[in-house]
Design a protein around this ligand. Structure first.
Ligand code: F6P
Length: 496
């Protein structure tokens, strides 16, 4: 994991009949597969060397793929390993191999040290290297070729996320019969920021190969259309973009539109009712000394998540005596992520230093200020944590959606608890009854944390009920069905 505790995925791919000869009518393409290779000394290694992949993308797509008759094309997380197609949890998987060099240049470099910070409003400085870009193009070609080899005539292909933005046009050039969708899981920046990218034109052209380009928020779709107009001179009417061919003729019409992603609400609600998970939540509280208030943060250890801002606010509240360790504990789950990228290494050092400093200053023999957990946990444990937590803290500086916020709401089936939510997340568009904050405003954040800690029961119930209604009506099936219906029918959806 994790931005989320995700769909339960058994860890062992069943090497049943390899589906290499099969052609598929429906294919999902993403950088990551739902299962990830891990080394034998990895703590989360099940004895067969696989674990569930991190992140919201897998959380959202796994439920669809477990029901759909289709294939999932992606990387299995280990460099220099060529695998044959295999089947896992009933999903046909077509692995794409990455060399150590590809991982360094395409994944850690261009995807996560150029695009990731650029698309998150440059909260960290992006780096621009031509060798990274060359590798990005080569690897995108490899993903496109895997699709081309396995796609049945007229198949529907759904390409996912910023790592694969060139794939839609590569597919269109080789296989004009395909129906091509693309979904961007992270924000799309304003053209004034996107302009920094030396390869901005090629990226826009790559995306415009799709028939439908989905974004989390209407503002992301609008940013994309402004960039398409500015950098490739596209003519746009409403959300329809006329894409020109080499002779200047209109080759097709691409649409850009928001489809806010969600979670499997029923699955989380079911787990939240399970007696063993309720008991586990009680146990967690007891193990922490039954503090009056448990605050919870759950994030991939990423600089976009505002973990440092959250810790600063919490520490100041302890320092000012507005909270005490006898009364309040912060559990911070920070799941390991992109650990070879420099910015992530520095972040880990910084966060762990801060946690050590806070605990050193405020812990007593019995009570701890911050219980910091640098692990991935299965969904059952995550739901127990959601049930144990009185206050959920989501303080991202920028986030495409943030599914953890939605998972917390889904788990609070008795309408208790308080969600403190950054206004810079996609989730803030839908969870309007959360206590919204600007994470850069530390005094404002502290005030809102105190408000959440003391939220009257009737107000908490009113807010939670309204948020639960919202996510029950807009769960992950609603998201995928909405996108695929719009792709199939060529119709505009909700926000048009
Ligand atoms: O949601 C954004 C995203 O980058 C996904 O594409 C990815 O699966 C997830 O976060 C986790 O990131 P990574 O695959 O780099 O570990």
């Amino acid at each position: 994991m994790q931005e989320t505790a995700s769909e339960k995925i058994e860890t062992a791919p069943e090497n049943r009949q390899p589906p290499e000869a099969k052609k598929f009518d429906f294919m999902v393409v993403s950088n990551r597969l739902p299962v990830d290779r891990c080394s034998s000394d990895d703590a989360e290694n099940d004895d067969d060397g696989w674990r569930r992949s991190p992140g919201g993308l897998v959380t959202a797509l796994a439920p669809l793929m477990m029901k759909a008759d289709g294939a999932w094309v992606g990387w299995h997380g280990a460099p220099d390993e060529e695998l044959e197609p295999f089947s896992h949890d009933g999903i046909d998987i077509i692995p794409v191999a990455l060399s150590t060099n590809d991982v360094e240049l395409y994944y850690e470099g261009f995807s996560n040290a150029t695009l990731w910070p650029l698309y998150h409003d440059v909260v960290a400085p992006p780096e621009f290297h031509r060798a990274w870009w060359d590798s990005y193009r080569r690897v995108n070609r490899r993903f496109a070729d895997a699709v081309i080899e396995h796609a049945a005539p007229d198949a529907t292909i759904w390409v996912q996320d910023y790592q694969l933005q060139l794939v839609p046009n590569m597919l269109r050039q080789s296989r004009p019969d395909l129906r091509i969708g693309f979904f961007n899981h992270i924000p799309f920046p304003a053209p004034e920021i996107f302009a920094q990218l030396p390869w901005r034109r090629a990226i826009i052209e790559g995306l415009l190969g799709a028939d439908l380009i989905g974004f989390q928020r209407p503002s992301d779709a609008a940013n994309f259309m402004r960039s398409a107009r500015r950098f490739v001179g596209a003519s746009i009417k409403q959300q329809q973009i006329q894409v020109k061919g080499p002779e200047g003729e209109v080759s097709h019409v691409a649409r850009a539109q928001a489809f806010p992603i969600s979670i499997a609400v029923d699955q989380i609600s079911e787990l939240a009712h399970r007696p063993d998970i309720i008991e586990r939540a009680r146990q967690i509280r007891q193990d922490l000394g039954n503090p009056k208030t448990i605050l919870l943060g759950v994030d991939r250890l990423d600089y976009t998540k505002g973990i440092g801002h959250r810790l600063k606010a919490f520490e100041e509240l302890l320092k000012e005596g507005r909270l005490t360790v006898e009364d309040a504990t912060l559990i911070q789950v920070a799941s390991p992520s992109r650990e070879r990228v420099q910015q992530y290494r520095l972040l880990r050092e910084e966060i762990e230093g801060t946690v050590g400093h806070i605990n050193g200053s405020y812990d007593t023999i019995q009570n701890t200020a911050v219980r910091y957990l640098h692990h991935n946990y299965p969904i059952e444990e995550m739901v127990a944590l959601y049930l144990a937590a009185d206050v959920m803290l989501v303080t991202a500086l920028r986030d495409g959606m943030n599914l953890v916020a939605k998972e917390y709401v889904a788990a609070r089936t008795n309408d208790t608890g308080a969600l403190v939510l950054s206004e810079f997340t996609g989730a803030a568009d839908q969870l309007k009854q959360a206590l919204l904050i600007n994470p850069h405003d530390i005094d404002g954040l502290k005030g809102t944390i105190m408000r959440a800690v003391h939220l009257p029961a009737n107000e908490s119930r009113r807010r939670m009920r309204s948020m639960r209604k919202e996510i029950l009506e807009h769960d992950v099936d609603h998201w995928s069905a909405g996108f695929l219906a719009a792709l199939a029918e060529g119709e505009l959806g909700d926000d048009s």
